[in-house]
Structure formats: C-alpha cells, structure tokens
Design a protein around this ligand. Structure first.
Ligand code: C2E
Ligand code: CA
Length: 549
C-alpha cells in the first residue's frame, strides 16, 4: 500500500470534523483513502476504495452526475489540475445532501500526476439558521417531511422591498426584515414552522391548520406590516403578498411544494398584490402560458423579430384635432401564441430581459419612421416607450445616438416616454441620463402620470418635457359623478403649464371628453376618439386625410 495513506497526518485531519471530509487518491494505482466519518455517513464499504470515482458516482444524484463527471474527468485526463463542484449525494438514510468538493492534483518531477487530494464539505451543516432573523434557512425545509404531515404552506414576500432599501438604506432594510420576522413568529399558530426562504421571502408551514386560520394569520401580519416603526422612529408601511397550498394534496414532495408556492406568489404579486392566493389549476395554467410565451418570444426575436410590429396612435392638436405626431406601440403575434396583448408579452420580455433587444428594435422603428414621413407629411413628433430597466442599460444612450446618426434624424422630434416610473430606485442616475438626453436634443416624457404613486416625487427629481395624463382619469370625464376627475385633470394641466411642461392627455374616447379637455390647458390629445393604434399603412392614410383637411 502506498505511503501516502499511511501517515498520522491523514488520520489527524480526517478526525478533525464531522462535516468536512478528506480524501487522497494515488493516481498511479487508482486507490483512494477517504475519511472514516465520510465512509460511515455515506455507508461506503471501507476507507480504502479502488476506482473511487465510479463507486462514488453511484451515490450522486442522477441530475448532478453529468456535472460531476465533466469536472472529475477533466482532472484525471490532465486537462485541469483542480476539481471544484457542488452536487448532491445520497447518505446512509437514503437522503440527498449537498456537498462541496474541492481537490488538486500533485505531479512528480517529470510532470506526471501522482496524487489527487482534497476536501468534501457537507453544506447542510452550514447556515442552519439565518444570522439576521434567527429563523431556520430554506435548507432546513429539506428536513421537513411533508408527505407524512397534512397542512398548509404559505410563502410570503414583501412588496417593493428593493425600493425600501434604495430609499432608506441597507440598515433600514435589515431592520424591516427583522421586524417582519418577529411579526411572523408572534403570529404563527402552535406547531407551525417558519423559514427565511430568500431575501425578502418567508415560508410558514402550518400542519393541521385550516384555510380560515391561515387567512386570519395572513391578514394579521399584513395589518402589522402596514405600520412598522424603526428604532429611530421612522415609520414604514410594507405590503405583503402571499401564495399558499395544501400539502400533500397540492404538492407531495418538497421540490413541488417550493415550485408551486413560488408560482402562487408570482401570481399574487402580478394579479392580487397585497393578498394571499391559494394554489389553483388557473395558476398552473398561467405559469405554463408564461413559459410558452417566453419560448415563443425568444424564437421570434432570434428569427429577426418575426411577428413583431409597431402600431401608431396619433397625437392631435386640442383645437384643430390635426395630427401632430404619434406614439409607437408594440404588437406581437407568436408562432404558437397568437393572442397575447402588449401588457402580457411585454411583462414576459421584461422578466427575462428580452425587452432589451426588442426595445432597441422599437427605438429604431420610431426613428426610421419619423425620418421617412418627414418629406411627405412634415415633421411629426414620434414617441416610443422605454421602461426604467431599459433606461438603465449601459448601451441605451450610445444606441440611440447611433440610430439618430444612421437615419439623420432631428432629436427634437423624438419623445422618449418613461413607463412604470414607480419602480425607479436610482432617481439620481435617471435624472442625469434625462439631462444628457435633453442636452442632446431629445424630448422626454413621464408616462401614466397620476397613477404611479411616485409621480410627484419623480416630477421633483427629473427634468422632463412632457407629462402624459393617464387615461383612467380621462375616459369617463363626460359621465355624471366624475367632477373629481375633472378637478384633478384641470389642476394637473395648469400645474404643468406653470412648471413649463407640455402635456399629452390620453384616453379621449368620445366627442364630449374631447370637448371638455379641449377647453383645458393640454398641449396634445390622444385616444380612441381620434384613432386607435393602427398599422403603418393605416396611419399613413390618416395622415393623408388629415393633410387634405
Ligand atoms: P401606455 O404607454 O400607457 O400606452 C397607451 C395604451 O393606452 C395603449 O395600449 C393604447 O392602445 C391605449 N389607449 C390609447 N387610447 C386609448 C383610449 O382612448 N382608451 C383606452 N381605454 N385605451 C387607450 P397598448 O397598446 O395595449 O399598450 C399597453 C402598454 O404597453 C403601454 O401603455 C406601454 O406601457 C406598453 N408598451 C407598448 N409598447 C411598448 C414598447 O415598445 N416598449 C415598452 N417598454 N412598453 C410598451
Ligand atoms: Ca406610453
């Protein structure tokens, strides 16, 4: 037997820890020696193992074997000198545990590999408890045997937590998490278990609880989270969304339980923010649809933006109703999914990052059309929508400037609309970006003004050219009982004028509303009364008719 195994050092190191194991392999004979603790925990035949790689592979989770093999084969073939990977392996109780395996190759004077040695660390022994809240971590969920119990699982997420951190700082964010975890601990029923699942998400497992008890628990924590008080007296209101399911009925394994809870929470955040949503077939359907949408969108983008089209909706002068410009609005028909509305597919694009490429494509379409229409119809103000995420793209400014040069466009005819201003967590950076774009000559607009809760805050932080008044205030203006909307819009437009901003009033759906807002101080009007968003050909027809007036 090789000397390398028979030394006291090996035994001393091997005995040092129950969770960290050592191994040494003589690469010339392919015989290894592994820590006694490892041999016992994984029920191996003995400390000395021939062809340990193949023996060990049997214990590795089938899904992780490819990863393990790729790495270890690289070491044994000489292609790499270090082994480093994380995978699951089955222990003596038939449970998979996570391991981190690291090892290096030692070569002799001639460069021939002779020894492979390293450490294996059991990751389940670490981070049992979250150091901030003191709650068990998500890892501990793996010890909870849901197939033998019956109950309800709840996944709770704080809405807009990122915004709390960016507005009040990391320490305040941590304090909010600690306060919220205390609320959870105090509100849980007897025998319930709590876990910090990830950043701002927590799981409660309530064995033997009924739906009513869980609903009561949820409304209690929402009420308390609505009125948090930090140590310095600062008051913060947090909204909580939740997803829940019954186990084992809705999920009979931990993997399924976690996946389905995540789907429920995602659904709650999207459709019922601030509420608890129980698992249903509808949620599974929605989830499948968004996965299918994502695939379809990716394929279409890869095929040169197949199925994407820009529609145009006119801006008109409030007095003459003549067309002075238009908003570019994205449309898409996929290969599989033909009926997705912009709100739906744009959300999916934003979630997986596809909005970046599509956004650049829309930007180019807007600039190209502005230039193409110039000769025939004169200068039109053409706007396009940009989400905050797109604005924060490092390449945004460079791309728009390149595009401007490519088509020889005058930037003063391009309006960039910022959608979803409520998600802005770096107002300072956005403000500088707006300033640079305006210096270059572009016009910038704040979209959906009045609905996003941060509208006034944004108005103070950013210099813009246009305010777009959201259509929900405008649509029913002519109907009885909408005096408040009238007062809001009238004053909003007067305020814009006083601050030196132009305004675009959206949602003008009929003659009466057009008359009412026509008498206010709006710069431009937009809405179905003048035209729905239409294809390029139809928009050109509208322009021809308009120019003949
Ligand atoms: P938005 O920017 O607020 O766009 C105006 C939406 O109001 C459009 O819906 C338009 O069809 C609709 N609209 C126009 N006039 C009226 C009216 O008189 N009454 C009513 N009820 N609605 C009216 P659309 O085209 O479905 O777009 C929805 C949203 O999708 C847009 O809202 C915008 O936020 C987003 N979007 C559209 N194109 C793009 C794009 O290229 N990039 C990004 N990031 N977002 C886009
Ligand atoms: Ca818009």
């Amino acid at each position: 037997m090789s000397d390398i195994f028979n030394n006291e050092l090996f035994e001393a190191f091997a005995a040092a820890s129950d969770n960290v194991y050592i191994y040494v392999c003589d690469m010339r004979t392919n015989i290894s020696r592994w820590s006694r603790a490892l041999v016992e925990y994984f029920n191996l035949s003995g400390e000395y193992i021939e062809n340990a790689g193949a023996v060990w592979e049997e214990h590795i989770h089938p899904e992780d074997r490819a990863l393990y093999n790729e790495d270890i084969n690289g070491v044994f073939s000489g292609a790499k000198s270090r082994h480093e990977c994380q995978y699951r392996a089955m222990n003596r109780d038939g449970e998979y545990v996570w391991l981190e395996c690291k090892g290096s190759v030692i070569k002799d004077k001639d460069g021939t590999p002779i020894i492979f040695a390293g450490l294996m660390t059991r990751l389940d022994g670490q981070n049992k408890y979250d150091s901030l809240t003191g709650l068990p971590t998500a890892h501990e969920l793996y010890h909870y045997n849901i197939s033998e119990k019956k109950g309800i699982a709840v996944l709770m997420g704080l809405d807009g937590f990122r915004k709390v951190v960016s507005s009040y700082g990391y320490n305040a964010g941590d304090e909010v998490l600690v306060l919220f975890s205390r609320i959870l601990k105090d509100s849980c029923g007897r025998g319930w278990s709590l876990f910090r699942f990830s950043g701002d998400e927590f799981i409660a497992l309530a064995p033997a609880a009924g739906k009513e008890a869980v609903e009561e628990f949820f409304s209690g924590i929402c009420e308390k989270a609505d009125a948090l008080e930090l140590a310095d007296g600062q008051k913060i209101s947090i909204s909580v969304s939740g997803g829940a399911l019954l186990f084992p009925e809705d999920a009979d394994s931990r993997e399924k339980l976690i996946k389905r809870l995540e789907n429920c929470l995602e659904y709650a955040k999207m459709h019922h923010r601030g509420s608890l949503v129980f698992f249903s077939e509808e949620i599974v359907k929605q989830h499948r649809r968004s996965l299918a949408l994502r695939e379809d969108l990716k394929q279409c983008i890869a095929d040169g933006f197949r199925g994407f089209e820009v529609f145009f909706q006119p801006f008109v002068d409030p007095d003459t109703h003549r067309i002075t410009g238009c908003e570019c609005l994205l449309r898409w028909k996929g290969e599989q999914i033909r009926d997705s509305c912009p709100m739906e597919f744009i959300k999916v694009l934003e979630e997986y990052g596809g909005i970046r490429e599509v956004g650049f494509w829309v930007m180019e379409e807007a600039i190209r059309h502005q230039v193409e229409w110039r000769e025939k119809f004169g200068d039109l103000r053409v706007s396009f929508n940009v989400s905050y995420q797109q604005f924060m793209d490092e390449e945004f400014e460079e791309r728009i400037n390149q595009c401007l040069e490519k088509y020889g466009c005058d930037p003063s005819n391009i309006i960039i609309e910022l959608t979803e201003s409520c998600q802005v967590d770096k107002p300072q950076e956005l403000a500088s970006m707006f300033d640079r774009l305006r210096e270059r000559g572009f016009k910038v607009a704040l979209d959906d003004f009045g609905t996003a809760y941060a509208s006034l805050e944004m108005l103070k932080a950013l210099h813009v050219d246009y305010i777009k008044v959201e259509h929900s205030f405008v649509r029913e203006l002519s109907e009885p009982g909408h005096d408040i909307d009238y007062v809001i819009i009238d004053n909003l437009l007067a305020m814009c004028r006083r601050l030196g901003y132009d305004s675009i009033v959206e949602g003008v759906e009929n003659h009466e509303v057009a008359d009412i807002v026509g008498k206010m101080d709006a710069t431009l009007l937009q809405g179905y009364f003048f035209s729905r968003p239409v294809s390029r050909n139809e928009f050109e027809k509208l322009l021809e008719e308009d120019r003949e007036k």
